[in-house]
Design a protein. Structure first.
Length: 541
């Protein structure tokens, strides 16, 4: 049986060598394969004699020396031919096939010896060709597998490009996904943001081990611009084929930096990509090969392009949300401004509605999107007053029956206004039903308890609390304690008992402090003026 002494031969190699060795054994000669140092890695001896390892090693050295000098490879007793040269396949320092003629040396004529030598050379050529073909197939398979993984990555990124997703969440998903197919020590995405009213590149996402402080960010930015201005599509630096172009921290062995470029602005035709930088994709230290290459540049550039599109679209979406909520607030303020007693009322009702909804969500199934919509319903609950005569709204004395009927139409008018906007239909229940009562004595539909939508009950509670605690033409403002007492007395008649108890049991005094000292705008360390834009996002996603 053949003796396998090293793991440098594949299963296919071994099968082929076994078959060839068996045929040579039938001719009474020995067959072996040795590495460049003369160590036997495969041996198929005949029954008649054993080959001397020292002589085999010498034959191997002679073969390699003569092969390199293009001389005759065949000796008197040993015939040898190179299977894998020292610069051939990976993980091999050279393999030589050797036929030991042994006792048959004196019985073979020169023609028979030449034929055996030619047989060995033909086998070697076939062996090398098969190995090369196999290696090429393996390489093609690996490239196809890599290409498939890259396509899956780009598809995954594109399908997750929902503009309602925060930048940081999406970009972190990108970093995590890239590291699944590209073996790097660290990867990061830097995005341009306003810091102290100045544009700055800040770290927004990353994976692995990567150290990027403000100094490193400045270095990367300046060097990337330099490479882009020189006509390069990315910054690629290492000392594999040449010294580093730039001085980097000691821990960096190789680095790639790809730009995230925004679209050209009107009037900036053919502007340089360097002038449209909105972010940078950075990766350091390729782990499974010496350096980043052109394939990596193409992949990272494709990923960066997807990220740039997402960031640009998200910015446009954010601007749209800001414009939308700004228009809504301007509209509600214009309505509140008709009466000096109701200025700021709509925004306070929106804030109180959100407060109640968040606390109700602790015990009831109420998700963030529903809370956003309740906030917007509170903001727009009085929009129907735009259709009410200002004389009726601002009248200080008792309203006539006709005037009262007219005023009570504002929920229906508001619902009709919003009904023409498809994205606003989910908040109509809060606008239409904020004056309904659980005892059925409300308006405009005289709905009873279970008929009144949750949104209407919450906004109605918020509306009444703000009205109670504000000066109005028809009454002076109540204290918080007095308002709480009023609410408690009306539970089960005007107000839903569960919602009323949730509100009363919340920290209403803290709520009141927030509303009085202006802290409502930064409630809970949150930019409350920005919250409206976030809430609007739930309507137009």
């Amino acid at each position: 049986m053949p003796d396998i002494l090293a793991a440098c031969l594949t299963a296919s190699d071994t099968i082929e060598l076994k078959d060839f060795g068996a045929r040579l054994n039938n001719l009474g000669v020995s067959f072996a394969v040795c590495d460049a140092a003369g160590k036997v890695v495969f041996h198929c001896p005949p029954r008649t004699f054993e080959s001397d390892p020292a002589h085999l090693a010498k034959a191997v050295r002679d073969c390699l020396r003569n092969f390199e000098k293009n001389k005759d490879k065949h000796g008197n007793r040993y015939l040898a031919s190179v299977l894998v040269s020292s610069n051939g396949a990976k993980n091999h320092t050279g393999l030589v096939a050797v036929i030991d003629l042994g006792d048959r040396r004196d019985n073979l004529n020169s023609r028979q010896a030449v034929l055996l030598g030619q047989m060995l050379d033909l086998f070697a050529e076939k062996f090398v060709a098969r190995r090369q073909s196999s290696e090429q197939m393996d390489m093609i398979g690996a490239e196809l597998s890599q290409s498939y993984e890259e396509l899956v990555l780009l598809y995954k990124i594109s399908t997750n490009m929902e503009i309602v997703e925060p930048d940081a969440n999406f970009l972190q998903m990108v970093c995590d996904s890239v590291t699944e197919i590209v073996n790097v020590e660290g990867i990061a995405i830097l995005q341009e943001k306003m810091v102290n009213e100045q544009p700055r590149f800040v770290l927004v996402a990353g994976a692995g081990v990567i150290d990027i402080d403000s100094r490193m960010t400045a270095l990367i930015y300046n060097r990337l611009r330099e490479q882009i201005d020189a006509g390069k599509e990315a910054l690629l630096d290492s000392e594999v084929d040449a010294p580093f172009k730039y001085n980097w921290p000691k821990h960096i062995r190789n680095i790639i930096v790809v730009p995230l470029c925004g679209k050209e602005k009107p009037g900036q035709n053919e502007s340089s990509p360097a002038d449209r930088l909105i972010g940078m994709l950075v990766a350091v230290n390729r782990l499974d090969k010496p350096d980043f290459d052109s394939t990596d540049v193409k992949l990272f550039t494709s990923v960066a392009s997807q990220c740039a599109v997402f960031v640009e679209n998200n910015r446009l979406f954010s601007d749209l949300k800001d414009l939308f909520i700004g228009s809504l607030k301007a509209l509600t303020r214009s309505i509140d401004a008709k009466d000096r007693y109701t200025r700021g009322h709509s925004e306070r009702v929106a804030f109180i509605s959100k407060w109640i909804a968040q606390r109700l969500a602790q015990t009831e199934h109420l998700d963030e999107e529903q809370i956003h919509k309740i906030y917007l319903a509170g903001l727009l609950h009085d929009i129907g007053k735009i259709g009410i005569d200002e004389k009726v709204l601002c009248k200080t004395g008792r309203l006539t029956k006709c005037e009262r009927t007219r005023l009570r139409m504002h929920p229906s008018i508001g619902a009709n206004i919003l009904g023409g906007i498809k994205q606003m239909r989910d908040i109509i229940p809060g606008v239409l039903c904020h004056h309904e009562r659980v005892d059925g004595k409300g308006y405009p539909g005289a709905l009873k308890d279970g008929q009144i939508p949750l949104m209407g009950k919450i906004v109605g509670m918020a509306d009444c609390f703000d009205a109670m605690t504000s000066d109005r033409s028809y009454h002076d403002a109540l204290s918080v304690d007095e308002a709480i007492t009023e609410i408690e007395e009306r539970l089960g008649t005007q107000f839903d008992r569960k919602i009323g108890e949730v509100f009363i049991n919340s920290d209403i005094y803290h709520l009141w402090d927030l509303m009085q000292d202006g802290a409502m705008k930064t409630y809970g360390a949150e930019d409350f003026s920005h919250y409206g834009a976030v809430a609007v996002g739930t309507l137009i996603r």
